[in-house]
Design a protein. Sequence first.
Length: 464
Amino acid sequence: MNKRAFIRIFAAAMASPVFSPLLGRASAAKLENWAGNLEYGTDELFSASSLDAVRSRVREQSKLKVLGTRHCFNNIADSKNSFLSLKTMDDVVALDPAAHTVTIHAGMTYGQLCPYLDAKGFALHNLASLPHISVAGACSTATHGSGEKNGNLSTAVSALEMVTAAGDLVILSRAKDADAFHGAVVGLGALGVITKLTLDIQPTYKMRQYVYENLPLSAVKDHFDAIESSAYSVSLFTDWQKQRINEVWIKSREEKEQAFDATPEFYGATRATKNLHPIAELSAENCTEQMGVPGPWYERLPHFRMGFTPSAGKELQSEYFVPRQHAVEAILAVERLRDQVSPHLLITEIRAIAADQLWMSPCFEQPCVTIHFTWKPDWPAVSKLLPVIEKELAPFHARPHWGKLFTTSPTELKAIYKKMPEFVELSKKYDPQGKFHNEFLNKNIFRNQRGVFRKLGDESKFPV
Ligand SMILES: Cc1cc2nc3c(=O)[nH]c(=O)nc-3n(C[C@H](O)[C@H](O)[C@H](O)COP(=O)(O)OP(=O)(O)OC[C@H]3O[C@@H](n4cnc5c(N)ncnc54)[C@H](O)[C@@H]3O)c2cc1C
């Protein structure tokens, strides 16, 4: 299904007062994820436009997945049974200037939320590379931007409202429900249907973005900490060729104490003289403004602009979180694979993320550096390469991004997510029969948990 058809279907859903089985069955085209590399297991897509509609839909269905904006590259959002979309529940519920919070309905995207916040004089602490994604879907997979002092986007969540498998309403907050809250925010869609999120906000701020070209790899070896801490958000883009980082993207806040001194040279890299795309050969038209032009936070933190197809378009993505102290070793380990990696790569991005307390976050109690791969859309080749990269990164206990492609084994995942048993227990509380489980969750989270969900008749059918 192309994007236009998808929008048509949602438009049809909006016409329905409560919820409606959508036109999937009327259309020959299948429902796909954003990248088009995954055809979902069902076209049965229901849209809920109210909390009551969500609750009755959840009660009625024995199996159900919430579909956000379909930006995951793996089958974490997939279902063989039915989907629920909250896309029409996309408004702001309350802005609390005194508490510095905003509460939104879970269908809202960052692209919708950010201009609203800015107009009211507020901002979020960080954003991902693109604003097109739903806030609930992004927070459910620990989506992140860059900045060594910035936690991932889920760390802005201070409370959430969720419909459990029984159709009950649960509200969890950072202030009142420490454990369950920390388990539920990066919930991987496994605990319930998030209907509202409360996010921390701060006074709005302006930013400038600078790009430098050709940073020598030796500078990364010798000055990685200084480079990463040079500005509010720093991203390194490389094709792993010629012992260099192709582009360094620096996002600097305007406040005096945080402003980046944009000298013509930066650790051997040279300041660009025009806007660039992370893949230098591509037009920078869909990229956010660079060259130090000041602008609002939400038009500088993402790399890609709202209203344009982000990134390269036809692509696959993988990403690994490496504990910060191993950053340079890990980068050099991947660099040694350059001859295997480069033929299939569009671009790599390296970012830094602060530690957090969220159980299933790859940055749980651990500041990280991420090594991301935007691949050419050739899954047979990429699927052979991922185990090679994962083997090199295994000594650093690298954790894969929940929403991107990986081949890390469930056993390894269990070993590197020490809170996984508690997460499984929490999910039993809110979803005892596995209503929100799917093949991804059964394989990567629930399969290894002895005794859990053993009563479920259909679990054995999932491929292992
Ligand atoms: C071009 C591109 C650029 C990207 N850039 C970045 C980046 O910079 N940084 C980064 O970390 N990631 C990035 N990603 C990955 C992306 O942000 C995540 O995969 C994110 O989860 C996508 O959100 P979504 O709403 O599209 O999720 P979906 O794929 O629709 O769903 C993801 C998960 O969230 C669950 N979910 C969604 N809504 C709800 C809800 N209301 N209640 C309960 N569960 C819910 C789903 O069931 C599923 O398990 C990028 C992806 C693309 C395609």
